[in-house]
Design a binder for this molecule. Structure first.
Ligand code: 1HN
Length: 352
């Protein structure tokens, strides 16, 4: 397509003019108007898949290269091929695979970026948030909300510890765009434990809340959403005939005190696709990261077709057509920046 500088009058003079205004901190809008205001989203992120079988050995090798304590967080970033060098899986979200070996700790800190953990492999490690520890099991969804102290640890081999790997999801690129990042280290490696494990789940995880609880906090008061409960919900709904032609059986995780999202910047979902499911095509403006828990199938995203299996991670960019199918009963966890788009009245969904 011709740009004005190639077609307009006095074309040779134009570049000289652009150079002149550039010296005054100005630029011609008419040269970039189309890309600044596209007819529809033009994400630089591309569809991508990380096969766990391929990346697992590399994640485990990180354990030979550096300790969790030295690394602070020993994570391999899942970087979108369309966003090289930007520690981003989508334009607003970060993803990484974190490894913690038996006997290790990842020291306590806090930051304004919100984080979610989705446990991929191994069990028995813990995350501590605000004085309460939560034991990790595969498929559990755990949050570390903005500005909460958090550290991770794993029992020694003698205590039954095993390597644990989880998917980290953070809103790092979003907070970077907003220039709203702050962080600090806790004075000790681990924060003191002030409540027994299960306290927040007992108080808020059973469709009840403490009688005088009043909160306008947009962040969930429970830190862990155990897989067995979420999985059972999907199973029961499926067996009662619930099946959406696009999504299969899909639930979103909630802040049980408000009905809103677990954290203000990231939405999380769990969905079941029965064997033989061939979903219809949809597209959303919230680019979405998927982590496969169980089963196998195909994800068609834009022009890409991915065969997914347990523990794989894949990403659908904004507004790319997505079609999910399963050859075996499949369970997919996913996260996106939907709460941000919804709050700004920007969320668009199309079911085709
Ligand atoms: C972080 O604090 C964690 O707490 C994981 O486990 C990944 C990536 C960038 C910045 C902070 C964690 C992170 C992170």
């Amino acid at each position: 397509m011709n740009t004005p500088s190639q077609t307009g009058r006095n074309a040779p003079d134009r570049q000289a003019y652009y150079d002149r205004i550039a010296r005054h901190g100005m630029a011609p809008l008419w040269e970039s108007l189309h890309s600044l205001v596209p007819r529809e989203p033009q994400p630089r992120a591309v569809p991508a898949l990380w096969k766990y079988d391929e990346v697992r050995p590399l994640v485990m090798q990180a354990g030979d290269v550096i300790s969790a304590e030295e690394a602070v967080r020993r994570v391999l970033i899942l970087e979108n091929p369309g966003l090289p060098g930007r520690a981003s899986i989508t334009s607003t979200l970060y993803a990484g695979l974190q490894l913690i070996l038996p006997g290790e700790i990842a020291p306590s800190h806090r930051h304004t970026q919100s984080a979610l953990r989705f446990i991929v492999e191994g069990q028995g490690a813990y995350t501590a948030v605000n004085g309460e520890r939560t034991t990790m099991r595969p498929g559990d969804f755990i949050i570390t909300p903005s500005w909460t102290w958090h550290d991770h640890g794993n029992p020694t081999v003698d205590e039954g510890g095993e390597p644990v790997v989880w998917l980290d999801g953070l809103d790092i690129p979003l907070i970077g765009h907003l220039d709203a990042g702050f962080a600090e280290n806790y004075p000790e490696a681990t924060q003191p434990v002030s409540r027994n494990e299960g306290h927040s789940f007992a108080a808020f995880g059973h469709n009840m809340v403490p009688v005088r609880h009043r909160s306008t906090d947009p962040t969930s008061p429970i830190f862990s959403y155990p897989y067995d409960r979420s999985r059972e919900a999907l199973d029961r709904l499926f067996r009662q005939g619930e099946l959406d032609a696009w999504d299969g059986v899909k639930l979103r995780y909630v802040n049980p005190a408000t009905g809103g999202w677990p954290m203000p910047t990231m939405a999380t979902f769990l969905q079941f696709l029965p064997a033989g499911f061939a979903g219809r095509t949809y597209r959303n403006t919230d680019a979405t990261v998927f982590s496969v828990v169980e089963g196998q199938g195909t994800a068609r995203i834009g022009d890409s077709t991915f065969q997914y299996g347990p523990r794989d991670t894949f990403v659908a960019p904004s507004w790319a057509p997505v079609q999910l199918a399963a050859t075996q009963d499949a369970v997919l966890f996913s996260y996106s920046d939907r709460p941000v788009q919804a709050a700004l009245n920007l969320l668009r969904e199309e079911r085709i």
